[in-house]
Design a protein around this ligand. Structure first.
Ligand SMILES: Nc1nc2[nH]cnc2c(=O)[nH]1
Length: 454
């Protein structure tokens, strides 16, 4: 079994087209079209199942997952700084502003060197695919050649990706050696990468999308924010930026613009259906209303927030308000490169905000307020369907019309971390165990758009 285009896969597994419940399928037929999209998922109890199964088999177009191997949707990472992979797991003992100026900007400036970029980006894309990330929303750097190279690599390796040349021109924060020379340079660089990705000869299927990427308000002049807002206006382009991430950052925007990040981004025209706001920890109730009204999305980055936010994003409240939310690793503000770790982190921090952390307080009074916790189901939804909705792309589950982006989880891989026990691991308990314990060695195969990429 390799590519699954124009074939039918006989598989058991899980997906969550709706947040209201996990759907388990057993011995389902997933018919994948020549375009890599799912034509139908047929279960044994559905009409025509046996006929379809026989027809696919007789045509030599039936593939089966072996016993012990389960199918999950591919993971969608809504926040990755591609150039920061070399410092994953480093420098998390300093606050965001120090981390940026002392470590991150100097590292990113090295992507002026294409050989360095090739090594870093090649390894990152390969590792993320092996970790099960089939779609990634990437920040590149300010450099045109290296940002183009990231697009080339994603196309070559077959990862679905959304890539932005980072716009950052504010001399107050960005060092002279690593910033756009002017608002015009920031805008032209953004437009150049959009043109390159759209016209790329290997991107006819639009596997890779360009993204308007003002790094965050402190790094951009108002002129640049306005120019990028105009570019986004009326287009179908994605926008990504950081929003209300830390006390320092949030206070900076309040002092400079007199309003919150959300309000300011909205005034610049940067909030729309395809905007993804990373972190968004310090949103007010009014900010949440604005994000919902614009149908924009939040990339919740639980691991990174533990280091830079000193607070927990009220995820449950955002979901109950109807915001689009998905998960991000925030490589390298978060020390993990796997959405499985992000899922686990999202559940854990939600438990802490729900029940609290101070053992000196009586039980029941420690938490911010009750009802803030999520469970593994919500986390699985956010990493799959939630991410697809946030990006406005047909990915995240196995319903008809979605791209076939999927993982084969080998629950019996000897080197993997999943350990099953007879009779214990059934239904949602099995999915829970996968969410909490799966490791890279359990990810046996990965497909993007029906093409096998791992
Ligand atoms: N976590 C994180 N926050 C940022 N704010 C501005 N740039 C960055 C970045 O690279 N990572």
């Amino acid at each position: 079994m390799s590519g699954l285009r124009d074939r039918t896969l006989l598989a058991s597994g899980f997906h969550m087209p709706e947040r209201t419940g996990v759907e388990e399928f057993r011995d389902a037929l997933i018919r994948i079209g020549a375009d890599g999209r799912i034509a139908a998922l047929t279960r044994p109890e559905d009409d025509g199942y046996l006929e379809r199964r026989r027809a696919a088999d007789e045509a030599g177009r039936l593939d089966r997952l072996p016993a012990g191997v389960l199918l999950l949707p591919g993971m969608i990472d809504l926040h990755v700084h591609a150039p920061q992979y070399p410092q994953l797991g480093q420098a998390l003992d300093v606050p965001l502003e120090t981390w940026l100026t002392r470590y991150t900007f100097p590292l990113e400036s090295r992507y002026a060197d294409l050989a360095f970029a090739r090594r870093g980006y090649g390894l990152l894309v390969e590792d993320l695919l092996a970790n099960g990330t089939t779609t990634a929303l990437y920040y590149a750097t300010i450099h045109q050649p290296a940002s183009r190279l990231l697009a080339d690599i994603c196309l070559e390796r077959g990862q679905r990706a959304l890539i932005g040349k980072v716009a950052m021109d504010h001399p107050g924060l960005c060092p002279e050696t690593y910033r756009d020379a002017s608002p015009d340079a920031a805008l032209r660089g953004t437009e150049d990468l959009i043109g390159y990705i759209r016209a790329h000869p290997d991107n006819a299927e639009r596997l890779v999308h360009p993204v308007i990427t003002p790094r965050f308000i402190p790094a951009c002049t108002d002129e640049t924010l306005a120019a990028l807002g105009s570019l986004a206006h009326g287009s179908d382009l994605h926008v990504q930026t950081h929003c209300s991430e830390s006390d320092w950052e949030h206070a900076h925007v309040l002092a400079r613009h007199g309003v919150t990040d959300t309000e300011s981004l909205d005034r610049f025209g940067l909030l729309g259906r395809r905007s993804v706001l990373a972190h968004s920890v310090f949103l007010t109730a009014a900010d949440m209303d604005t994000i919902r009204a614009r149908h924009a999305a939040v990339a919740h980055c639980p691991l990174s927030n533990a280091y830079f936010a000193d607070a927990v994003f009220p995820l449950r409240a955002a979901l109950e308000k109807g915001l689009h939310v998905g998960l991000g690793t925030d490589i390298s503000g978060g020390p993990g490169a796997s959405l499985f770790e992000a899922m686990r982190g999202a559940v854990m921090v939600s438990r802490m905000i729900d029940s609290g952390t101070d053992p000196d307080l009586p039980a029941g009074t420690r938490g911010r307020r009750n009802g803030m916790r999520i469970d593994f189901r919500d986390a699985f939804y956010l990493a799959t369907t939630g991410g697809g909705i946030a990006l406005d792309l047909p990915v995240g589950n196995f319903t008809a019309g979605q791209h076939f982006d999927a993982l084969a989880i080998d629950t019996e891989a000897p080197a993997g971390a999943i350990r099953l026990w007879d009779g214990l691991d059934q239904g949602e308990d099995l999915l829970q165990k996968i969410v909490y314990t799966a490791s890279k060695a359990n990810i046996a195969k990965v497909w993007v758009g029906g093409r096998q990429v791992v």
